[in-house]
Write a protein that binds this ligand. Structure first.
Ligand SMILES: [Zn+2]
Length: 355
């Protein structure tokens, strides 16, 4: 059914609803002992084998070997990976931070809560120089909420939107940036360089690209997840069309190593290409499902005056068809497919309908 056809159905429903006396209907339902609040009914036809949101998955799909990273030393609790001259990634194989050593100090990019205690130890493995600068990739607490715990007062650089959001959030664990920029900022320290740039809203306003030209490393957080499905609803992207465009932009840029801020390993251009292919496939799957799913099929006639019920029933069946079309090709290609495919399909049908 096309969007205009849906609109016509909606208008018809609203006309019916406004010409009926709704109060007696609600009373009638509440006095009906068979109509428990939200009672579950028959599953939709062609229901995917992967459990929908809110239903327990007995055993999640195994994580493909290619999605796993090098192991963590349990005695340390973190892993230090050299990315190039003076540039390192620190990770617990779930979240990632990066630091750059220059002749007089160290620049840290992101201080996740879970790594705050590990970062000074990781730095001490390679230098005794002090942390002089922190760069915030964006405002989210899981990436910079360990900053205060470091107990130091370095220069903090971030995008101006990040400053705005952090003022609003007023979280003492995320001290305000002391230096902000709008488009580009080059941090040049001795022979080391970090190029910070803003490419618009995708994940959230103020989320920046951090490029180390000497080491050919690009860090963009919460956009591409090497070897893995993005976190639910495209990692909570605040602008989903902007998010898709940003993944493609990362794919076209010139770099050798990608740091995504999450999961167990760094990424390659092949990982970004896989993400682009997944994004295009899920868009196509949701587009086809939207175009071929009939409105109102199987809806209880007693719900005929409830437009939200019509959409819930329709959108559930669109998402189910999207999950079914994605499963054969992707279920064993990206780790966590079964965890988040329903979320991605729900998110996709919404963005295609209204954005
Ligand atoms: Zn984030």
């Amino acid at each position: 059914m096309t969007n205009s056809a849906i609109t016509r159905v909606m208008l018809a429903i609203l006309v019916i609803a406004t010409t009926c006396d709704l109060v007696p209907l609600i009373k009638a339902q509440s006095s009906d002992r068979n109509s428990a609040p939200g009672s579950a009914g028959e599953p939709y036809s062609n229901m995917p084998a992967i459990a929908p949101i809110g239903v327990r998955i007995g055993k999640y799909l195994d994580v493909p070997t290619s999605s796993q990273g090098p192991p963590i030393d349990p005695a340390k609790g973190y892993r230090l990976q050299k990315l190039g001259d003076g540039l390192y990634m620190v990770t617990d194989n779930a979240i990632q931070s990066m630091f750059l050593v220059y002749d007089r100090g160290v620049v840290v990019v992101d201080v996740p809560q879970n790594l705050a205690a590990h970062i000074p130890k990781a730095i001490a493995e390679v230098t005794d120089k002090p942390i002089t600068h922190i760069v915030y990739s964006h405002s989210h607490a899981d990436h910079i909420g360990g900053t205060k715990a470091l107990g130091i007062h370095p220069i903090i650089i971030a995008h101006e939107e990040t400053l705005r959001l952090l003022k609003r959030d007023a979280d003492p664990n995320r001290p305000l940036p002391t230096v902000t920029f709008a488009d580009k900022y080059t941090l040049r320290l001795g022979k080391q360089v970090l190029e910070l740039s803003y490419h618009g809203n995708a994940h959230e306003p103020g989320n920046i690209f951090v490029y180390a030209p000497g080491q050919r490393v690009l860090m963009v957080v919460d956009v591409v997840f090497p070897g893995w499905m993005p976190w639910r609803r495209f990692a909570l992207a605040q602008d989903i069309p902007g998010y898709f465009a940003q993944v493609e932009e990362i794919g076209k840029m010139d770099w050798d190593t990608f740091v995504g801020g999450h999961v167990a390993r760094t990424g390659t251009h092949a990982d970004v290409d896989t993400q682009i292919e997944f994004n295009r496939d899920v868009q196509e799957a949701a587009k086809t499902a939207l175009a071929t799913t009939e409105f109102g099929v199987g809806l209880n006639p007693a719900d005929k005056n409830n437009p939200w019920a019509f959409f819930d029933n329709y959108i559930d069946r669109v998402a189910g068809q999207c999950v079914n079309s994605m499963t054969p090709k992707w279920s064993r290609r990206l780790a966590g497919f079964d965890v988040y495919i329903w979320d991605q399909c729900y998110s996709m049908e919404q963005t295609l309908r209204i954005e």
